[in-house]
Ligand binder design. Sequence first.
Ligand SMILES: Nc1ncnc2c1ncn2[C@@H]1O[C@H](COP(=O)(O)OP(=O)(O)OP(=O)(O)O)[C@@H](O)[C@H]1O
Ligand SMILES: [Mg+2]
Length: 366
Amino acid sequence: MHLNALKLHNFRNYEQQSFEFDPGVNLICGENGQGKTNLLEAAAALSTMRLFRTAQKKEGLRFETDDASIEGSFCAQQRDFTLEMRLFRAKPMEVYKNGVRQKRQSDAAGIFKTVLFCPDDLLLVRQGAAARRRFLDTALCQLRPNYARCLEEYGRLHEHKTRILRDSEEHPSLLSLWEDFSLRMAKFGAHIIRYRAYYIRKLLDSAAAVHAGIAPQETLSGEYKTVSDVSDPFAPVPQIEQELIRHVFRHKQAEIAAKSCLSGPHKDDLLLSLGGRSAASYGSQGQVRTCTLSLKLAERELFFGEDGEYPVLLLDDVLSELDKKRQDFVLNRISGGQVLITCCEDGILDKLHAGRVFPIENGKII
Ligand SMILES: Nc1ncnc2c1ncn2[C@@H]1O[C@H](COP(=O)(O)OP(=O)(O)OP(=O)(O)O)[C@@H](O)[C@H]1O
Ligand SMILES: [Mg+2]
């Protein structure tokens, strides 16, 4: 998998800029606030159809402009593709695959595969469960198009049911919809749980192996935590669905009282342990970093296992946050795929052998 070219128009601080990338290492360097992360954000958007720094796509529009586009051409499974996202201030985004407008965003997600690693991720283990769910979802949406559809649908229902619960005090008749929404969420939720269970099992196996290479003295393990009534997240979907229905019906009154959806995989978590103890509670700063580093590199290996080719690795400033041993570990692992690395310091340059350098200043290559 590699990104050949990227064209940005009115995206963040880029007015108009094209990039042609090396199939190996691409170093994006420049001072603070020049547009390095913006460039990675654009590349990542082509794979997830979302902006990783915001839930509001409109924030990607260059100040004072009304439309923007991100256009990329890449090669996946020996085939050439183009993808274009057009953002508008006044209407929803449009997505084009090989020039053809796509009906749903999920139809374009996951064709171009990326693994993003940024400084925030280094604390993934310590952050709230939402960050770990996002980590799982970002990978799974790319690996399993059907997962992306289930998640999109579940998210839509969740939002709608939350509105129903919130407005039910003023309009009690709305609660007649509670059951229908709960049943539909259980159906999509069951698929989500099963996908997550299988993915997490593979991810943890691979992460433990990577981790053993960096820190052999302690073992990384983990556990998928989902709705308590689900007895076996690997079970067939109808069984999980029934268990989700049982759980949500038992919590009906609590949901009405709390005016929010209390039951479902939107509360899932991935618990991580080092040497059998919770990494979030007991891990040191360095241990937490190593843990995330292992998960990220494992993610990349799983993509390779599925597709026979590496996803494009997007490293945002992360190397400068790692010690020398771990920097080397990352750099050694990325041989074999394409990588876009941002950095402010020159030090990284010396560690890389070949590739292309993009000096960025104020949204332009200089
Ligand atoms: N929608 C937007 N329109 C115009 N400019 C924007 C927009 N969003 C962000 N910017 C500008 O982009 C710049 C930040 O770019 P970016 O985050 O890519 O910097 P960076 O090169 O990664 O810097 P650092 O080294 O500090 O991480 C800021 O100056 C910010 O004001
Ligand atoms: Mg940055």
